[in-house]
Ligand binder design. Sequence first.
Ligand code: PLP
Length: 453
Amino acid sequence: DVGSQWNAAELVEAAREHLISPAEEMAKLGTVTRPMLTTGDGVYVTNAQGRRLLDGPAGMWCTQIGYNRREIADAISAQALRLSYNSPWYSVNGPSAELAARIASLTPGDLDHVFFTTGGSSAVDSALRFVQFYNNVLGRPDKKTILCRIDGYHGSTHLTAACSGRAGNRPNFDLALDTVSFLSAPNVYRRPKGMTEADFLEFLIGEFEDRVAAIGPDRIGAFLAEPLLASGGILIPPEGYHRRILDICRRHDILYISDEVVTGFGRCGHWFASEAVFGITPDIITFAKGVTSGYVPLGGFALSDAVLARVSGENAKGSFYTNGYTYSGHPVSCAAALANIEVIERDGILAHVRDIAPYFQEQIRSLKQLPLVGDTRGTGLVACVECVTDPAAPEATDFDKEVSRRIDHHCYELGLIVRPIGNMCVLSPPLVITKAEIDSLIAILRRSIVLTQ
Ligand code: PLP
């Protein structure tokens, strides 16, 4: 059953002929056959050939509670039959109001106001546009530069792509770069040779301070950062990095935007990682993906009351905030998110992540003994296996950029999906994964790396 009137062969043909994917090698357009997935169940998906595959990346870092849960399907269906849409310009719907209040209770500090969008890119884009609005209303039209990091990823709108520092995403697009400034990736594994981790932290903080001084604090609107760089290869900054940068931001009235599109909703064993894992309460948290466990699109940002107070009420100066999404707070998406949050709470999924994560990380670390593996790293239920040609010389840049694709190919044949990124394989399984399923994931990954080396 492929869920269509057409048979599997016709659908594969239609995809090849008519679909443009978000990652398209244009020379091969129309010739590539991507796996067609037809059903899902827990941490597994099944393809059109009937092969069951363990979902190592949780779709695209999003299927937290696993596939095809009745509770979410029922919530979506009930809301679609009750009120399928309302205009957020002149009305509100119950699910968006309740969800905003729920998210306000889950975020740290006074991040009590929520703006909803349609996904992660639009969440970050909206947060960045809020920074522009904020500084314009405050009469600081020059305070607009966004500091971000090489190897960060924040989305695919004009503005968020400009703030994303992954080289592969950039060629042949025009980027809004005049107000973006890139800092070094906090890549502990590839830090300059001879530097201790403590020295590296000082280097990163020093670089940040120098950059603020060079640009001028009056010209910097925000620092935009993932708590851990996800698509950049699970780069976890040295201990204390976020806290110290937040201190500098506060000193210079620079907003701190924590992009929790990946880390939000349980990936690290907490609703959000900023405070619980990294010890900071930012000014803005962006979220998407896990908020609905990927069942329907939704994203948004939560904003601190203190920040909002500076541009609202008697401080509004006649300003009008407009960031007009037809689907802001879509009732069906918000109903799905509420049901998702309820399942996460009812089933104790955050506690499950905290319980099982040490075992997952220990198993990932065991792969380091394989000759092809230079580094393993991770936290919670997210991890990276980085391959190198010579593990004794990790600084070498001549690594095989296709190696993860070959590992991915073997994994797929053996029943596991991984996320290949250059010389890295990234894993972020659904949060409901069991110990036995972790064993199966690691066994297939180990075998695939051995077959590749
Ligand atoms: N921010 C981060 C940290 C992400 O990893 C992503 C996507 O992977 C985005 C933003 C963009 O989210 P979306 O693909 O839902 O637009």
